[in-house]
Design a protein around this ligand. Structure first.
Ligand code: AQP
Length: 333
């Protein structure tokens, strides 16, 4: 059995980046096997590491679960739950804080970027922003995870998770499975359509370059048609020199199953490319929007998925975390 674990933060509405970079892989991986082989989590505690509005986090958490179900996660074939419903995550996080070094957390790129942003905005930097990758390591290690399907932006955090698992195992005896990150072959890092040198991130303030999974078709089309490209002739896939074009080609390749470099050869200008990208994205997202509308009308069903998911998750995580408590030197109660 290969156990898969991954999560999404309720810090905004889910985006095309989340879908192509992560969620689509989650759906594919949970098609076969038992429900506890594929464990997916809306990591709501991680949404508290930056300025947040409590009512919005609650709303976005429920919405994220609904969108994941609409995107094709089948609760009979995977375990889907909210991080805050399973105490084992925070229990284990403390043990891993006792395993991690301050310096290795301060080196994390996301911490440096987000801490700088918080300071610029005059907000304090929350301690949880620094320790966030340790809680993420706990999320993963509590399930003896083999594979973590994530976008490229999470590579460094999964590396840290591996380091912590190896260190803990060496010091205190074999306790954790050492996981590895898996990334999609294309679109592992979908870029913002207005700023193609930045990741498309759901918490970003400027929304014109972000395609949300629930955007209406005409909104998707408008955003894609207004995507920033360049004034060079022809269409070439070159991430360094022509990031806007490369991003559109990657998105098209991810939607249609083609190769982005080969696709470039079929276009002489950006108008036709953008039209094809818009159409492919609209068609890919149509069933997600439709299923979401049905599911949103039945909030009781979502609550039930979350209850069952948390029970299943606890049953997997509790013995792993209890074993870690004992291994590190704590007496069983
Ligand atoms: N643009 C992206 N391209 C490919 N994969 C992406 N992911 C996120 N953005 C892209 C992957 O989606 C999963 C969940 O992401 P997340 O909730 O951790 O991060 P986010 O959507 O980027 O939200 P934020 O709040 O805007 O986050 P950050 O902290 O990154 O600024 C992950 O597997 C992620 O790789």
């Amino acid at each position: 059995m290969t156990r898969i674990f991954s999560g999404v933060k309720p810090t905004g509405h889910l985006t095309l980046g989340n879908y192509l970079g992560a969620v689509r892989q989650w759906v594919a991986a949970s098609g076969e096997g038992r429900a506890d082989d594929a464990v997916y989590c809306v990591v709501d505690l991680h949404a508290l590491t930056v300025e947040h509005d409590p009512a919005r986090v609650r709303r976005l958490s429920r919405q994220a679960v609904t969108v994941l179900l609409a995107a094709g996660l089948d609760p009979q074939r995977c375990t889907l739950f909210l991080q805050s419903h399973v105490d084992e995550h925070t229990r284990l996080s403390y043990l891993l804080e006792c395993t991690a070094a301050d310096g290795e957390l301060r080196r994390m790129i996301q911490y440096r970027e987000k801490a700088a942003k918080a300071q610029e905005a005059g907000d304090g930097v929350r301690l949880s922003l620094l320790t966030y990758p340790v809680l993420m390591a706990a999320d993963i290690l509590a399930y003896r995870t083999d594979e973590v399907p994530v976008g490229e932006d999470q590579r460094q955090h999964v590396e840290l998770t591996r380091d912590l698992a190896v260190r803990f195992n060496q010091r205190y005896g074999p306790t954790f499975t050492v996981p590895k990150a898996t990334h999609p072959a294309v679109a592992a890092r979908v870029m913002d359509l207005q700023d193609p040198t930045s990741k498309m991130g759901k918490s970003h303030d400027a929304t014109a370059g972000i395609v949300y999974l629930l955007d209406e078709p005409e909104v998707v089309t408008r955003k894609v048609m207004r995507a920033v490209t360049d004034n060079e002739g022809g269409v070439v896939h070159d991430r360094e020199a022509r990031p806007g074009a490369a991003n559109l080609l990657d998105i098209l390749a991810a939607c249609t199953g083609g190769d982005p470099v080969e696709l470039a050869a079929g276009y002489s200008g950006y108008g036709a490319l953008k039209r094809d990208v818009a159409e492919a994205v609209v068609e890919m997202l149509r069933p997600v929007r439709e299923r979401h509308a049905e599911l949103a009308a039945d909030p009781g069903a979502v609550e039930k998925v979350l209850r069952t998911g948390a029970e299943r998750a606890r049953a997997i995580a509790r013995p792993v975390v209890d074993r870690a408590y004992e291994a590190i030197g704590l007496l069983a109660p």
